[in-house]
Design a binder for this molecule. Structure first.
Ligand code: ADP
Ligand code: MG
Length: 420
């Protein structure tokens, strides 16, 4: 009895080890979605369950009681209903081939363990850890009571069995109840570890971009300075138009320099903490002016509808950069042209900036990935634009929300604490 109990416990470890290997080889993705993984889960968990059955801890008149239900529950919760059902079928096939007339009872015992997880499978992933542990415990307790009653009902030799190995039986009962929550806990911990691993890789990639940005910035800055110098010489020209063009060019060069340092800041992960009151409508209008040539090229009209006189705290260049990034995405989302509206207004203690387009829009999946580095649906996209926007808005103590529907358009709303 004791020997089989220990062997059962070792067998239960197999699915846990398997999940560890799966996570390693699936490149640390949070959930293995590929069909191949799901069939592998079915096979491994079903196999572990069958192994448990060949080593029953209690044998009551041909009825075998072991820990085999646990790997099947694991298959349902971590693989889904189909792999779970497949594992159960494997178990049932061995049960019928080896049962001493107790197939029905063995199936009833199994069903008592699987009923709740089967209903729970779809919502399981989104449940909290506590809920997962409580649900696992409840499942085990239901399974325990049904099986205990079956054993009591079926067993004639049960008393003898018990008195012979009373302590092992008590331990087995406890193990039956607590093993499932423990196994789920172990698997959950591995998933958590794997997300850390994923974040670490993300940080490494960002680091690389940072170094690249630093070297590019270094290379580009020098020619920019030279061009700026010559433009400054030319801007003393007598012709007023030329002077205007020159000053505009110099201003844009300045902006280019700022953008470079902005990306450098972003990559370093420490946005400059330079904050002053910003005139929102004024800055939006200059940002819109900057983007107008780009918009016109694509048959798009940019409209700024801004209430004047609202202020927020932030850095001029970075704030303008955020607006430009959002507007640029809106323009790129409207290949057929149209109208983009940029609004700003005061709402109680906040200044709201909205950018509305009726372009391509995004699917819920795309919306979910927005703001993560390198997510881009565009052929020549960097996938850094929105991340920079998110950071800027965050560093200003603001919030940003995207509402979007595929084919309908996108609404970006930024809320900042108002000054004054
Ligand atoms: P990039 O513009 O280089 O692709 P971004 O980080 O700026 O990178 O944007 C990421 C992705 O988000 C875009 O590729 C696009 O699919 C989506 N997106 C952002 N804004 C909009 C918008 N207004 N309409 C539709 N899709 C958008
Ligand atoms: Mg972009």
């Amino acid at each position: 009895m004791l020997q089989n109990l220990l062997l059962n416990l070792i067998i239960i470890k197999i699915p846990v080890v398997f999940f560890a290997i799966l996570l390693l080889y699936s490149g640390y993705r949070i959930r293995p979605e590929m069909p191949l993984y799901r069939y592998a889960i079915a096979l491994v968990c079903g196999g572990a369950a069958v192994l448990c059955m060949t080593l029953p801890v209690v044998n009551a008149g041909g009825f075998r009681w072991d820990l085999g239900a646990i790997p099947i529950v694991v298959a349902i919760l971590y693989g889904g209903r189909l792999p779970g059902a497949m594992a159960a079928v494997i178990y049932a096939a061995f049960s019928i081939s080896g049962a001493e007339g107790q197939f029905g009872a063995e199936m009833l015992s199994l069903a008592s363990a699987l009923a709740y997880p089967f209903g729970w499978a779809r919502r399981y992933e989104r449940s909290s850890l506590t809920l997962k542990l409580i649900g696992g415990l409840g499942t085990s307790i239901a399974h325990y009571f049904v099986t205990l009653n079956l054993v009591l009902y079926l067993s004639h030799t049960f008393d003898a069995n018990l008195s012979e190995d009373r302590w092992t039986f008590i331990v087995f009962q406890v193990v039956t109840i607590i093993t499932l929550p423990i196994v789920s806990f172990l698997i959950e911990q591995m998933y958590i570890l794997s997300t850390y691993q994923e974040r670490l890789r993300e940080a490494e990639r960002l680091n690389m971009i940072g170094e690249m940005a630093a070297s590019i910035a270094h290379e580009v800055r020098n020619p920019l300075t030279v061009v700026k110098g010559f433009l400054q010489l030319l801007s003393t020209s007598k012709d007023e138009r030329t002077r205007l063009y020159m000053t505009t060019s110099i201003a844009e060069l300045d902006r280019a320099e700022f953008i470079i340092s902005d990306y450098l800041n972003m990559a370093k992960g420490q946005p400059e903490e330079h904050r002053e009151p910003l005139d929102v409508s004024n800055l939006i209008e200059t940002a819109v002016q900057t983007m107008t040539p780009f918009a016109t090229m694509q048959n798009i009209e940019l409209r700024a509808l801004c209430e004047p006189g609202h202020f927020v705290l932030g850095d001029t260049v970075r704030f303008k950069q955020a607006i430009i990034n959002v507007v640029k995405n809106a323009i790129e989302a409207m290949p057929e042209g149209g109208i983009i509206e940029v609004q700003s207004f005061r709402q109680e203690a906040e200044v709201i900036v909205k950018v509305l387009d009726d372009g391509e829009g995004m699917t819920p999946e795309q919306l979910g990935r927005l703001g993560t580095p390198y997510f881009s649906a565009k052929e020549k996209g960097t996938g850094l634009g929105t991340m920079v926007v998110f950071r800027i808005v965050e560093s200003m103590g603001g919030k940003i929300t995207y509402q979007s529907e595929k084919g309908k358009g996108t609404q970006v709303a930024m809320q900042f604490p108002a000054v004054g």
